[in-house]
Design a protein around this ligand. Structure first.
Ligand SMILES: Cc1cc2nc3c(=O)[nH]c(=O)nc-3n(C[C@H](O)[C@H](O)[C@H](O)COP(=O)(O)OP(=O)(O)OC[C@H]3O[C@@H](n4cnc5c(N)ncnc54)[C@H](O)[C@@H]3O)c2cc1C
Length: 388
């Protein structure tokens, strides 16, 4: 068993250290507070060849895998500058197009995306369906042209829906009552976010991140074969392929931000003197930090294992879910332990520690809540009965 990463992977992991010299945490936080996309930072990452890390070289990418993408995100997050757009964009959407797009679709979307010229958002959630994705509705055959479809309905919480150029929409194309299995009858479509019939409205979210969330309304949006990724009614399999990468890259955000918080806490705890000694000398602060460090490194190992399995084409559902669960819990605990070290300062904007909390906490709930992650492990890995 070899835990070493290659020189190239190390370089990718450490890219955050050089990017932060130009675009530091302060830059990221300012963008987050203004709800402005960190465009210059994203463009720099694209110019340096990192946005297209998982895209084949013939389409302008680096032809690398999930492990490299996770190392990139973990390295950026270690510095406190997570590039959250890499989750739905570079990891989920671009891989999905690479794997299932036609040659024309790949040429149309991938080279520009690798250069940072266009971004994607990913629309799954509907208010009435929630976690039960199989309940969504939307795509029907066009009444005017039998070869075309019409998209109606609305999605909610869609990250970056206004600024991204394209949206991957998960639709139900055959009603639930007409399918044999609940996961049959889905189609994935790619649409221009400025297409006729699309309206977006921002949702005010209590998390300061640069990418806003939106309600998206579809009113008779015209969909043709050119918009369909993969085959009609076969979309769930495609969606499923992008879920493990999503869990893996979210793990990388959580372990990285956890490390960043712990690094800041150690620095502060070594420096701050209360009762004649640095507060870091008190075991009541030391032990939670040491536990958090252990949890983060354990979670990071599982994240790397899941990515490694994914790249080998092996089943990695259990490992991806475990990594996501362990990393989000470890990230929450690490930020909370760090916060305690900072005392009152931890809650100030100047020190910016509390700012980290909503982001890691989000990942206990979304995109897939921890309960569903544990359901998966209990049922699929351990053979316990399905509870819902
Ligand atoms: C900041 C943010 C960004 C997001 N970005 C996107 C995006 O870009 N694209 C997108 O499509 N969606 C996005 N979402 C939506 C997100 O994926 C959903 O909020 C999430 O899937 C949960 O759905 P829900 O909110 O309807 O919760 P519900 O389905 O109403 O669930 C509520 C709670 O019930 C519990 N629960 C539900 N089912 C079970 C069960 N079977 N067993 C045990 N417990 C259960 C869980 O604790 C869960 O948290 C985003 C959400 C947020 C907050």
């Amino acid at each position: 068993m070899d835990f070493a990463i290659s020189d190239e992977q190390r370089m990718i992991y450490e890219y955050g250290k050089s990017l932060v010299k130009k675009f530091d945490r302060k830059y990221w936080v300012e963008k987050a507070r203004q709800h402005a996309f960190p465009a210059e930072m994203y463009q720099q990452a694209a110019d340096d060849g990192f946005v297209g890390l998982m895209v084949a070289e013939e389409y302008g990418g680096a032809g690398l895998g999930m492990l490299e993408m996770a190392l990139l995100q973990e390295g950026l997050s270690n510095e406190g500058i997570p590039l959250l757009s890499l989750i739905v964009g570079a990891t989920m959407s671009m891989s999905l197009i690479s794997g299932h797009g036609t040659e024309e679709q790949k040429q149309q979307y991938l080279p520009g995306a690798c250069k940072g010229e266009n971004r994607f958002c990913f629309a799954v959630t509907e208010a009435d369906a929630g976690t039960n994705t199989t309940n969504i509705t939307s795509l029907t055959r066009s009444t005017k042209d039998k070869g075309r479809y019409t998209l109606n309905g609305r999605k909610t919480f869609i990250t970056d829906a206004e600024c991204a150029e394209y949206m991957l929409v998960v639709t139900r194309s055959t009603p639930l009552k007409d399918v044999q299995s609940k996961t049959d009858g889905f189609t994935i479509v790619m649409i221009d976010t400025k297409a006729k019939g699309i309206e977006v409205h921002p949702i005010d979210i209590s998390i300061e991140v640069p990418e806003d969330k939106y309600m998206v309304f579809f009113d008779d949006v015209d969909i043709g074969p050119e918009n369909i990724i993969g085959e009609v009614d076969q979309g769930f399999k495609i969606l499923f392929e992008s879920l493990n990468p999503e869990r893996i890259i979210i793990s990388a955000v959580c372990t990285g931000l956890g490390r960043y918080a712990l690094g800041r806490a150690v620095e502060y705890a070594n420096d701050r003197v209360v009762f004649d000694r640095p507060i870091g000398a008190y075991q009541a602060l030391q032990h939670p930090l040491a536990k958090a460090k252990t949890d983060i490194e354990l979670a990071s190992l599982m994240m790397r294992k899941a990515a490694w399995l994914f790249d080998r084409g092996e089943a990695c559902g259990t490992e991806s879910n475990m990594a996501k669960y362990a990393s989000s819990e470890a990230g929450i605990y690490a930020v909370d332990s760090a916060l305690q070290c900072f005392g009152g300062n931890g809650f100030t904007k100047e020190y910016g520690i509390f700012d980290l909390y909503p982001i890691v906490r989000l990942f206990r709930t979304a995109p897939l809540n921890s309960e569903m992650v544990l359901n998966y492990i209990a049922e699929r890995e351990m053979g316990l009965p399905r509870s819902y």
